[in-house]
Design a protein around this ligand. Sequence first.
Ligand SMILES: [Cu+2]
Length: 114
Amino acid sequence: MRVSGYLVFVALIAVADAACAGAVSPSKVETNGGVLTTEGRKEFVFKGRVDAVDRGAKTLTVTNENVEGWMPAMTMVYKADKDDVYAKVKAGDRITARVFDGIEDVLYDVQVIP
Ligand SMILES: [Cu+2]
């Protein structure tokens, strides 16, 4: 059990790295299953512009500003922590969100900037 759990963890990190490098496929990171939790992780403020919303795949393509210590400015595919985000956010919106160290492709508490 310990070994298989570790392998799952490594696989998830590999997927996150691929997403950060610009891969366009949606992340497989499972945040609701307790595999990657935000507990104890350093939090950062994320700001960006939504380029596309895929309501079927449940992903957001966002061009983010540099987040010092988390991720440089880039355009990549993110998942939201809650499904209602895909209905309320549209291309062109500017957003803020909370993001966490070691979870590089999930946006938490997404807010549209009025
Ligand atoms: Cu990235």
